[in-house]
Ligand binder design. Structure first.
Ligand code: DGJ
Length: 717
């Protein structure tokens, strides 16, 4: 009796130690991290370890088996499962056993591991894929589910990843907000129970929260020390992260498509491939973790991640819908005078029956409005090019205004209920990309424009509405596939564009940062972080996104939002991919001169700002100041951005310690982006210091004035 009680106690508390079988452990390693799986003596797969890399191979044998790796619904686990399948006989159980694993090197420094699991009662196979990017310390993982049952099975849950983490304390940073108020970072402790971060918006899915998180172990996340796990899902639709702390204080993190209203009927032999969950485990805090992501993104994920970026002048805030050919040509002159690479024509250039004179109509009718542009886009491309300026164009191809010819002709292409009044977000509806005919139509928008006007050098691809009225006339009795198949349809379109036009740069925009994920960024060179370009707000917004995304991927424009000086606005925008969206001619001559000068500085300093290592020195969340610096890969050049935001009266101001320099090297400090004729007020300006001094003692950069900024070029002597 005593023995039975003991066994029950062990099982019920989860303390039952599964013996690892004679199988070799499956070790997924980067240069810094190990993720180890083991096969138990019951044939099931266990996650044995996740953390800092183990130095001795022999220590792997000592690891306890750990917790089941990809937990299934219907068996003995009491917490959230990774997968929930209902077989065609109505049985909801799944028990996965290890079958095999393989490992390959598709590229140098990248190891791809595949673990195959199978149910012995029902013919369901689950494959877990892991790509370890050794140098960048990134692991990318996804799952594939298939079956050979006679009829479809239904997937109720289908996670990309389940990770177990063990620590005394957990702190979660989430990134939430709203339109023009994106990625506010807030950190909360995780105690027993569940915390879910998810979205149900369908398209522009990140409007209220972003598909990435920071998990800190033991203590709150710090910039330069401590264990943190940064994770993100590459999925341009509904996502869900579940953090669940169990009764033993173990944490499981389940990441994937949000299964909300998305049961998926999987046909025999059909493959259900989940999106990729991408993470890094850093023992040196958030700063190093972000640099891991930036390096990996530039090298492997972001479209043209290793290529240059164009500066631009956009006309959205300069004109809104109110422009014509003459006005635009005048703006091309301003672009040339400013010295940017490209002019970007925004919303309002299309539709004739219902001209796009406001956001109430025209979306879907992608022909130039004759009244506004009698000579079409071709003439605009020609005029821009004649001034040495490239021409880019705004489109919003996934959407339709009910007041459009497209809607009149193809109501069946629209996500809407056939029997209910429509609900609109920004007066528009979403096209049904689960329908291949609609995919072809959306591809055709880009294809037709580029065929007719091969001079178009860039697209800004917008997406302003979430999915409302969720119903597809194409999917018929498979309505619960819509959220998933819509996103897959979008990828089909983007894939086709990438295949036919591999070199066209595109900006991912979604009414600001309503879409920012690494799967979309395979097809986009940059994204629009927010419609809020008030530079003070942007300091926070750029800080937030910089946790995961490199500066090269973030478009930052100087506009007339905010009351700060032009210099302050330029300095903030120059921390990312610099652009302008302002009436340049209406600025004072001294400010115009400053902008021209800043563009030249930016072009010269791109190797540090866009390709270098980011060090976040002073957080705007902690102080009334902020500072970041970018150091070129060989550490011979750095650019430092320092901002006084709204300092308190008589603050104690400390010197700012720099990072990422060579201690023994000597560096000259020079303030740049100054108005012509004005002198730097920084004491350090013009002086030479050792890297050691700059990193240990630092230099005074802050003042008690409001919204003052400095850009400092640091050059090895
Ligand atoms: C929302 C975008 O975020 C803006 O930059 C602008 O392109 C408008 N859409 C145009 O409608």
């Amino acid at each position: 009796m005593k023995k039975i009680l003991l066994i029950c106690l062990l099982v019920c508390t989860g303390a039952w130690q599964i013996q690892a079988s004679g199988e070799k452990a499956i070790r997924i390693s980067t240069d810094q991290t190990d993720l180890v799986f083991k096969v138990g003596n019951n044939g099931r797969l266990y996650q044995s370890y996740l953390g800092s890399k183990l130095l001795n191979e022999s220590d792997i044998d000592q690891l306890p088996a750990g917790k089941e790796a990809y937990i299934t619904h219907g068996m003995e686990d009491y917490f959230e499962p990774a997968i929930h399948v209902v077989h065609n006989d109505g049985n909801p159980s799944l028990l996965l056993k290890y079958v095999s694993h393989t490992s390959a090197n598709p590229q140098p420094d990248v190891t791809e591991t595949t673990i195959t699991l199978k149910d012995e009662v029902y013919p369901v196979v689950v494959k877990l894929y892991f790509d370890a990017f050794e140098k960048e310390n990134i692991i990318k993982t996804h799952t594939e589910i298939t079956h050979q049952e006679k009829k479809p099975v239904t997937l109720f849950k289908y996670a990309s990843s389940l990770l177990h983490v063990n620590s005394d304390k957990y702190w979660l940073t989430e990134f939430s907000g709203d339109w023009a108020h994106e990625v506010n970072m807030s950190e909360t402790p995780l105690n027993f129970g569940k915390k879910i971060v998810d979205t149900k918006l369908g398209s522009r899915a990140d409007m209220f929260c972003s598909p990435f998180f920071i998990l800190a172990l033991d203590k709150q996340a710090q910039e330069n020390q401590g264990d943190v796990l940064l994770g993100t899902l590459g999925w341009t639709g509904n996502f869900r992260f579940t953090f669940e702390v169990d009764q033993q204080n173990g944490l499981r993190i389940i990441s994937g498509i949000n299964p909300y209203a998305s049961e998926y009927r999987l046909d025999p032999k059909e493959i259900f491939r989940t999106p990729e969950f991408i993470f890094t485990y850093s023992t040196e805090g958030k700063g190093q973790a972000s640099r891991n992501f930036h390096d990996w993104a530039r090298k492997y994920q972001l479209k043209d991640g290793m290529k240059d970026r164009m500066t631009l002048l956009n006309n959205w805030e300069a004109t809104y819908f109110d422009f014509n050919e003459d006005k635009l040509v005048a703006l091309f002159d301003e672009a040339r005078h400013l010295g940017v690479d490209m002019f970007l024509l925004d919303d309002g250039w299309f539709a004739n029956k219902y001209p796009r004179s406001s956001d109430h109509q025209g979306l879907g009718d992608w022909e130039e409005t004759k009244d506004k542009l009698p000579n079409g886009i071709g003439k605009l491309v020609k005029e821009a090019n004649a001034r040495g300026v490239k021409f880019g164009l705004w489109i919003e191809p996934e959407m339709v205004n009910p007041k459009s010819e497209l809607y009149e002709k193809h109501r069946d292409w629209v996500i809407r209920f056939p029997n209910r009044e429509e609900y609109y977000f920004r007066n528009q509806l979403v096209l049904d990309l689960s329908n291949p005919e609609v995919q072809e139509y959306v591809f055709g928008i880009v294809d037709n424009l580029l065929t007719k006007y091969p001079g178009i050098a860039y697209f800004k691809w917008d997406c302003n509405s979430p999915i409302t009225n969720i119903y597809s006339s194409y999917l018929k009795d498979k309505q619960s596939h819509l959220y998933v198949d819509h996103v897959r349809g979008l990828y089909n379109v983007l894939e086709k564009i990438a295949a036919k036009y591999p070199d066209i740069p595109m900006m991912l925009c979604s009414g600001g940062g309503g879409r920012t994920d690494y799967e979309a960024l395979k097809y986009f060179t940059e994204f629009w972080p927010s419609d809020n370009t008030d530079p003070v707000e942007r300091i926070f917004i750029q800080w937030g996104y910089s946790q995961f995304f490199p500066s090269k991927s973030m478009a930052a424009h100087v506009t007339s939002w905010g009351k700060q000086s032009v210099k302050f606005r330029v300095d903030v925008a120059m921390m990312c991919k610099l652009g302008f969206d302002i009436r340049v001619n209406e600025m004072k001559e001294a400010d115009q001169q400053l902008c021209r000068n800043a563009i030249q500085n930016f072009n010269r300093l791109k190797p540090a700002i866009l390709e270098g290592d980011l060090y976040r020195l002073v957080s705007p969340y902690e102080k009334q100041h902020s500072a970041v610096m970018y150091t070129s890969k060989n550490k011979d050049k750095a650019v430092l951005f320092a901002f006084d935001i709204h300092p308190r009266y008589s603050e104690n101001l400390r010197p700012v310690r720099l990072q990422g320099l060579k201690p023994a090297a000597r560096y000259k400090i020079e303030e740049i982006n100054l108005h012509q004729g004005s002198q730097s007020r920084l004491n350090a300006n013009g002086k030479v210091y050792s890297g050691d001094y700059l990193m240990k003692v630092g230099i005074p950069l802050f003042s008690s004035s409001h919204t003052v900024s400095h850009v400092i070029e640091i050059t090895e002597q």
